[in-house]
Write a protein that binds this ligand. Structure first.
Ligand SMILES: Cc1ncc(C[n+]2csc(CCOP(=O)(O)OP(=O)(O)O)c2C)c(N)n1
Length: 374
């Protein structure tokens, strides 16, 4: 087993200028779908990859809409929508290779679907059926994580393990703006930087942590600056411009893969729906603000960009929409076929050797379920 060289440990410290994000978010495409006149310094992804991103964004949007509808029908316990954040979630996945890992939060179901996990399995958690509906080792996707920022420490541990084993895998760790106030976020950045772990932290700054706006979350000039103090190369990007997000993440992944340590990206975006179906966002944000962000929707923006470049035809759009409809129909058909889960399964796979208390709780629940309680 060979331990690959560490970017920073014992080496020269990076100069602050090498770490600082751009003063304004990197952008390739304006809200109108035309070219931005601010040079980005990043290489634009090929039209082929952008076409693929468009297809996955159409599917992600339809998946999200279907999941929200299932919630209204009482067929999901809860659903945190990612509508409006598809550019971040799809680019986050497209920047990865097969051998890489994704560490998502509860909001990143679109990313997990884009990674190729069966949508029925993606929704197992929010149906309340299981801790995780897919095999993380087989899919290289960690379970959707509900406790804020804890997944970042797991992600750094995984990245460090890949590096120590001499594998060239990279880890993409997703987190929200609210998650950056958690201690785990800071511990993860510090550990990753000191040990040169090949991890990309992608902050989806969707402006709110439930009802808490960014202005009450942080006094930092931008969340991207939080990487600099730890020695992590940092960048900020227009999170509703798929071209820009993918261009920056391509470079971030290459940075991590080539042994130069972690990279942090803040994507400025917006959650168009409520925090979950149980939330009423009109209580804490103005209609005018929502309208402004709706006009910056990442999907029509990419569509206009690709059409103007003659890289997307009516036929391509029709095919993407047909694929999305088929996915939604399949999801509706299969979501409840397995029937209710066995409640006793909640004790499985928690400990290799369950504690006496857990064994007792299991016996007690089993007796209750069979109606043989003393
Ligand atoms: C450790 C922890 N504290 C509190 C919560 C309750 N909680 C759930 S979501 C949320 C807001 C998270 O906001 P953000 O990180 O911006 O992500 P978003 O939901 O906007 O994607 C909070 C406080 C939690 N899940 N975990």
């Amino acid at each position: 087993m060979s331990i690959t060289a560490n970017a920073y440990l014992g080496g020269p410290r990076p100069a602050p200028d090498e770490l600082l994000p751009s003063a304004v978010p990197v952008r390739f495409v304006t809200e109108a779908g035309t070219a931005s006149d601010v040079p980005s310094g990043y290489a634009a992804p090929s039209d082929d990859r952008l076409g693929e991103a468009y297809r996955r964004m159409v599917v992600a949007r339809r998946f999200d809409q279907q999941a929200s509808a299932l919630t209204r029908q009482g067929r999901l316990a809860v659903y945190p929508s990612s509508r409006g954040q598809e550019a971040c979630q799809v680019a986050g996945v497209l920047a990865l290779r097969q051998q890489d890992w994704l560490f998502p939060t509860y909001r990143d179901t679109a990313a997990v679907v884009a990674r190729g996990v069966d949508p029925v399995d993606v929704l197992t958690l929010v149906r309340g059926d299981w801790h995780c509906g897919y095999d993380p080792m087989a899919t290289r996707v960690a379970p959707l994580c509900t406790p804020l920022a804890t997944q970042l420490l797991h992600a750094v541990g995984m990245a460090d393990a890949l590096r120590r084993k001499g594998e060239d895998g990279v880890v993409m760790a997703l987190v929200g703006d609210g998650g950056t106030s958690e201690g785990d976020f800071h511990e993860a950045l510090n550990f990753a930087a000191v040990f040169g772990a090949p991890v990309v932290f992608l902050i989806q700054n969707n402006q709110y942590a439930i009802s808490v706006p960014l202005s009450e979350q942080t006094a930092a000039p931008a969340l991207a600056y939080k990487g600099v103090g730890y020695g992590v190369r940092s960048e900020q990007v227009d999170g509703n411009d798929l071209v820009a997000v993918l261009a920056v993440l391509d470079e971030a992944v290459e940075h991590a893969r080539s042994g130069r340590g972690p990279f942090l990206v803040e994507a400025h975006t917006y959650r168009l729906d409520g925090h979950t179906n149980a939330d009423d966002p009109s209580r804490y944000r103005a209609e005018e603000e929502v309208r402004r962000w709706a006009a910056a929707d990442p999907l029509p923006r990419l569509e206009a960009w690709l059409r103007a470049r003659e890289a997307l035809t009516d036929r391509d759009i029709g095919a993407a929409r047909a694929e999305a409809e088929a996915l939604a129909a399949d999801l509706r058909a299969r979501i409840e076929l397995d029937g209710p889960p066995n409640v006793l399964e909640m004790f499985d796979h928690v400990y290799a050797d369950p504690t006496p208390q857990l064994k007792e709780q299991r016996r007690s629940l089993e007796a209750e379920a069979e109606g043989t309680e003393a």
